[in-house]
Write a protein that binds this ligand. Structure first.
Ligand code: ADP
Length: 274
């Protein structure tokens, strides 16, 4: 499965504002069957991922880290449920990053991130990540430009170090339009069971939409590397988003090609007592 339409080649300029949030280039042209195609292929991906995860867990020699970023309501929680929710929970660690605590603020920005990177055998999922430190931090001037502007290189070095230690890193930006965000925020107001998800803070952040798009465009351009690529996933349609993210995870695990360990005994010589 070719992910090239969504994978950002190292060194390319990125302008999120110019990238379609409803594009479906990984599906064949017939619009009427797109949704069922995507759902069927997503289901196949999940079955393949389950077998690959089992092998990764048994092998204990490498790990996978999937970084999820996106604007509020972009679908980070839904992606975790639909793509990672059917894996063996013993082998998955999901970590959400909030405003840094007082202790975290007394450390370098990568300290809290490194501490929860997945150990060999596991799939780690970051719901937000160190990219907040060049995202919200930049948009709101939480540190001076001379501090955040050095972070792209620091992030690349950090991800390279993880990679060399056996952690494959992939980064996914769930790309929604401003109109789609409006609809999703409105749905949180209109649906009683969704009210709890609504935050006045989201309306405040929405005012900075363009600044966020610019900050993420830069971060993706500066930090999409050959070994730790960024993917920009059109995410207005949840069924396309789920299909693309499961394809990314599946193909990445296939490339990692984990192997169950060889045993140092001959199973055929062993008899189990009655
Ligand atoms: P959710 O991820 O479900 O939206 P919250 O509503 O608690 O959860 O949002 C977490 C908040 O923490 C976001 O507004 C995010 O921008 C903020 N945050 C995460 N990391 C950082 C950081 N390094 N510096 C400042 N704010 C951060």
């Amino acid at each position: 499965m070719r992910l090239t339409p969504h994978r950002i080649k190292p060194g390319t300029q990125v302008d999120l504002a110019a990238i379609d949030t409803r594009n479906t280039p990984m599906l064949s042209g017939d619009k009427r069957t797109e949704r069922s195609q995507a759902e069927a292929r997503h289901a196949e991906n999940v079955v393949a991922m389950q077998a690959l995860q089992q092998r990764l867990f048994a092998e204990q020699k490498q790990s996978l880290l999937v970084v999820l970023q996106g604007m509020d309501t972009a679908g980070k929680d839904g992606t975790i449920r639909h793509v990672f929710g059917l894996l063996n929970p013993q082998g998955v660690r999901v970590h959400g990053f909030k405003v840094p605590t007082a202790l975290e603020q007394r450390h370098d920005f990568l300290w809290r991130v490194h501490a929860v990177a997945p150990p060999h055998g596991l799939v780690g999922v970051f719901n937000r990540s160190h990219y907040e430190d060049v995202g919200v931090v930049r948009v709101h001037d939480l540190v001076p430009e001379q501090v955040w502007s050095k972070r792209f290189d620091q992030i690349n070095a950090f991800e390279q170090a993880l990679t060399e230690a056996g952690t494959t890193v992939v980064k996914v930006f769930l790309h929604i339009s401003k109109e789609e965000q409006k609809e999703r925020l409105q749905a949180r107001l209109d649906t009683p069971e969704k009210n709890w998800k609504f935050s006045m803070g989201d309306l405040e952040e929405r005012k900075h939409w363009d600044a966020y798009q610019e900050a993420y465009s830069d971060a993706i351009a500066r930090c999409s590397t050959a070994s730790a690529p960024w993917y920009i996933v059109p995410a207005d349609r949840k069924w396309y988003r789920n299909f693309v993210v499961s394809t990314i995870v599946r193909t990445t695990l296939e490339r990692m090609n984990p192997q169950v360990p060889e045993v140092d005994f001959d199973p055929s010589t062993i008899t189990i007592d009655r």
